[in-house]
Design a protein around this ligand. Sequence first.
Ligand SMILES: NC(=O)C1=CN([C@@H]2O[C@H](COP(=O)(O)OP(=O)(O)OC[C@H]3O[C@@H](n4cnc5c(N)ncnc54)[C@H](OP(=O)(O)O)[C@@H]3O)[C@@H](O)[C@H]2O)C=CC1
Ligand SMILES: O=C1OC[C@@H](O)[C@H](O)[C@H]1O
Length: 391
Amino acid sequence: MALLLEGLTFLHEYTYSWLHAVPQKKDNALKVGVLSTALINIGGIIEPCKTHEDVILWGIASRDAETASKYASKHGFKVSYGSYGELIADPQIDFVYISLPNSLHFEWACKSLKAGKHVLLEKPFTSNAKEAEILVDLTKKENKVLLEAFHWQFHPAAHRFREILDSGKLGDILKTDSRMTSTPSVPAGDIRWKYELSGGSLMDASYTVSFTRFALHARTPDAVLYAKAHPAKNDPRVDSSMHATLRFKGGGEGDVYSTTYTDLARPWLYGIIPRFWEFPSIKVETEHAEVYFYNAMLPHLYHYIGITDKKTRKTRYEQVYKGGLAWKDRGETWWSTYRYQLEAFVDKVRGREPVWWIPGEDSINEMKTIDEIYTASGLALRPTSTYALQP
Ligand SMILES: NC(=O)C1=CN([C@@H]2O[C@H](COP(=O)(O)OP(=O)(O)OC[C@H]3O[C@@H](n4cnc5c(N)ncnc54)[C@H](OP(=O)(O)O)[C@@H]3O)[C@@H](O)[C@H]2O)C=CC1
Ligand SMILES: O=C1OC[C@@H](O)[C@H](O)[C@H]1O
């Protein structure tokens, strides 16, 4: 499902950036360099840049010079590089977008920061919490901007979802349940199936942990009560799926029980029907209502927030594509989560207060939660980069 959603996002963004491309960029627009020719680049950075007057697609780096050069011509980058090191050494580049496999996030974020670049880093932040802590420390030392690209949190629908929960009108939160599954399954050979690249369903669909922690304003769970990994066929260290139950401190007196389910190869219904309707979502049960945020991951394509009164069983629906508490009159209904994210990132780099932000401490807590689930499931943590162990 998630792959299909990504495809639709490319189409959505392509159409809207064609309609709304900025013909004239600012004179001193920020120059972005992209590390890798990953699939996510088009939706995650290339299209959003086209409609931002303060960002220029500058450099693309690949492990292979010819791949980089062809990619540059196809997508409109000014310069291409045959290695990631050459790109971060380019003094013209202001910030880098890192879309490398998870295991390389830490190393290349560190190197980029040390080279004086701001960093927009794909999720999950790092391979584990140890790397996350070192990276956040380094960011402070280098006095640069670093953001984990949890784009969904920048969309006005996410802000409205939390506003509804925070209003107090629905009572305390009792339970949450979030899921993200791939159906059809992630193809064999994909980076997500490889332990040495810090793959696994929980790492890839870490949105489930992010949705939960966001809804609860939570740092880390008090306990992981249950975690069951289904091992991948080709490597038992990789979780093809993961079910977990976490206990968090609630806003009121009681505890909140949260379940998460991630799956890279969700079995088809009756073995014949892919579960296309299973968009990454979160359900929250409060004292008086059930709140369902459907397609919390890519709400720009389609989403709803359903609020069902527990007594009457009546449901009202909300959809928000623009504005809201945080963005107010900024943004456009057609902006994707990635476009909202870029707006906030550029604000931060320019020294303006972004309307929404994910602080480094939050990314550390996200990784701590992931580590705790892996540990409870009996699987090893994703491997720490040898770069972290260097003096
Ligand atoms: N925010 C979002 O919505 C999404 C985020 N992501 C995240 O983005 C990252 C990239 O995912 P995705 O786009 O699927 O990645 P891809 O598999 O499409 O691309 C990864 C790129 O990394 C480079 N690379 C460097 N070393 C390796 C290696 N050992 N094996 C494979 N590739 C390598 C390659 O680029 P080259 O050959 O040019 O050097 C490759 O194209 C992940 O961290 C993922 O979690 C992914 C999808 C959506
Ligand atoms: O972050 C992501 O979002 C979209 C999915 O297709 C993908 O598996 C995941 O990496």
